[in-house]
Design a binder for this molecule. Structure first.
Ligand code: SF4
Length: 118
């Protein structure tokens, strides 16, 4: 089922194990310029922190603290991942055109291997 946003993640079962169950939701949506310290403190020991962060990234959550990170911090991660994907695509394109993958090693037979293991 396609619902507008690409890679939309709908599974929220991880929330059942969250540290913030029963905590005032307003704590995680502070006013602009207000401290996020208290919310991040709740997130610090949360066992589903990574699930929470990935959910927010996959769904483009624009507001609040998710996975112990503010929107600005999540934006930085999204930007870095986009750059990584772009670099990987370019690397594979060079390889497809007959170039070598960065980190390629030449095996004992002289054949190039992607992992270097031969
Ligand atoms: S990481 Fe923080 S916001 Fe996310 S589920 Fe855990 S306590 Fe809640």
């Amino acid at each position: 089922m396609r619902i507008g946003r690409k890679n939309l993640q709908l599974d929220t079962s991880w929330q059942e194990s969250s540290n913030c169950l029963g905590v005032d939701p307003d704590l995680f949506f502070p006013e602009r310029g207000a401290s996020t310290k208290e919310a991040k403190e709740v997130c610090r020991g949360c066992v589903v922190r990574n699930d929470c962060l990935e959910f927010a990234l996959a769904n483009g959550e624009k507001f609040g603290i998710w996975g112990g990170m503010s929107e600005r911090e999540r934006r930085r991660i999204r930007r870095q991942r986009a750059l990584d994907r772009q670099a990987e695509a370019e690397r594979l394109q060079v390889f497809a055109q007959g170039g070598t993958l960065a980190g390629d090693q030449v095996g004992a037979s002289g054949a190039k291997t992607a992992s270097g293991a031969r």
